[in-house]
Design a protein around this ligand. Structure first.
Ligand SMILES: *Cc1c(COP(=O)(O)O)cnc(C)c1O
Length: 466
């Protein structure tokens, strides 16, 4: 394909995209393919000779869309949403075309400065105090790994990055059982080890008990271990549980531990002041992550990490070899020093388009609607015969079970879920809560409607026929 054909093919792609998005409701949400069906349609080897774009595009439309689960489908109620507001997709197309590698200010002045401004806009929109600055990352997993590495190095006085961990004391990180597996992954990758992630006991709300945290830290110190940090959960993935941020941060401060808050999903809801009690005390945290691609509407991927004092993380992750010096520009921000990869995409552009095209009011209204509709659905499901709510709604997430008389509720719920997802009108996923197999229901697609959310009831009525 020649550069002179770029407009033609971009337009073709855009026209296809508009039609795809307009007709999403008529497609099954979850891909209805079997493993291996796609790879069987692809030749064993790459072509030696160029192929015409016409043929490549035809193969795309023939093979790909039906073999994808449609994350932008308005009846996608699984996992957590991964959104792509139309304006943010346009921004992403522009960033794709410029295709800059935004490691240094010098390699990408506009990307760097828009990033600084967008993180500040988001900080203010979420009601965070202005001592926070931040950086855009690819994922909450990367943001959390950055924070855990910083916990490690801060506790070791930055000896780990210099000498390795072989003679270091045994480091300890604390979190509740409701925290995401990305915390487990971070302690594994940071050389701290899974066995040194202490899962602190929770109270009846699935929130970490501050007294249990304090006791675990004291026990560890008595054994000669080195407590380094605590990961606080706000809106956990399983049932949406949250820790008491103020109480946990207070223990962390008293014990000189670094605190990192994982609000990957729930963070977006904090643009609405009425939801902020959920993370009361957040101003005392050292690090916070949330994913604007999840609920706010930014095209995937886009994770924002706020830092009370970025210098600890920069000292942990930043390197400045000769070939990355920006001569005479010591005062500029080089965001690669804040994160793990050197190369960085221009993710700030889609935040700029997103916040301007919908306004904070428009973004708040969507989240408020999702919460209200999910609350309405929760009441309706609770009233259906043989259904029970297994964890009460937190923001826009609750779980439920199907328990027809004379049947094992776990087995009945699992088989109902399979029928729901084979049916295709909606898409739901499961979790384990208090040892039970339960179905998670969460709404957060950018253009979902009340009718879409309430359609869950029709599907349940049609398919729960045991
Ligand atoms: C989605 C999620 C993550 C992982 O996010 P990635 O960006 O995919 O790494 C971590 N924590 C919570 C609470 C989440 O909801």
């Amino acid at each position: 394909m020649k550069l002179s054909d770029f407009t033609r093919w971009s337009n073709r792609a855009t026209e296809w995209g508009q039609k795809y998005l307009d007709t999403l409701r008529s497609r099954p949400v979850r891909a209805q393919v079997n493993p291996g069906e796609v790879i069987a349609q692809l030749p064993d080897r790459a072509p030696e000779q160029p192929e015409p774009m016409e043929r490549i595009f035809a193969d795309f439309t023939r093979i790909v869309p039906d073999a994808m689960t449609h994350w932008q489908h308005p009846r996608f109620f699984a996992y957590f949403p991964s959104n792509a507001a139309p304006a943010s997709m346009v921004a992403e197309q522009l960033a794709n075309t410029i295709s800059a590698q935004c490691m240094l200010w010098q390699t990408s002045p506009a990307a760097t400065e828009i990033e600084t401004r967008m993180v500040d806009w988001l900080r203010d929109a979420l009601g965070l105090p202005d001592h926070f600055s931040g950086v855009i990352q690819d994922s909450a997993t990367s943001s959390t790994l950055s924070a855990v590495l910083t916990m490690r190095e801060r506790a070791l006085g930055w000896e780990g990055v210099a000498k390795g961990l072989s003679s270091a004391p045994r480091l300890r990180i604390y979190a509740s059982s409701q925290t995401h597996s990305s915390i487990d992954k971070a302690v594994r990758l940071a050389g701290i080890g899974q066995d040194n992630l202490v899962k602190v006991a929770c109270d009846e709300n699935c929130a970490m008990r501050p007294d249990a945290l304090a006791r675990a830290i004291a026990d560890d110190r008595a054994r000669g271990y080195l407590p380094a940090g605590v990961v606080i959960c706000v809106g956990g993935t399983s049932i949406g549980a949250s820790d008491d941020v103020a109480a946990i941060v207070e223990v962390a401060r008293r014990e000189n531990l670094y605190s990192h808050v994982d609000a990957a999903w729930a963070g977006s809801a904090m643009i609405c002041p009425e939801f902020r009690p959920l993370w009361a005390g957040i101003e005392g945290a050292d690090s916070i992550v949330f994913n604007p691609h999840k609920w706010l509407g930014a095209q995937f991927d886009c994770s924002v990490q706020f830092l009370a004092d970025p210098s600890a993380q920069i000292r942990t992750l930043g390197l400045r070899p000769d070939y990355l010096q920006t001569l005479g520009q010591d005062e500029v921000t080089n965001y690669n020093e804040w994160v793990i990869p050197l190369g960085r995409r221009f993710r700030a552009l889609k935040l700029w388009f997103l916040m301007r095209a919908y306004g904070l009011q428009g973004l708040r209204e969507r989240i408020r609607n999702h919460v209200a509709w999910v609350a309405e659905l929760e009441r309706e499901i609770d009233a259906l015969p043989h259904f029970r709510i297994t964890s009460a709604r937190r923001l826009a997430l609750f779980t439920f079970q199907y328990a027809p008389p004379g049947r094992d509720a776990n087995a009945a719920t699992e088989s109902l879920l399979k029928r729901i997802n084979d049916d295709g009108r909606i898409y739901l996923t499961q979790t384990t809560h208090e040892g039970q197999f339960v179905i998670r229901m969460t709404a957060g697609s950018f253009d979902t409607t009340r009718e879409d959310v309430m359609s869950v009831l029709d599907v349940l009525r049609d398919l729960a026929t045991d």
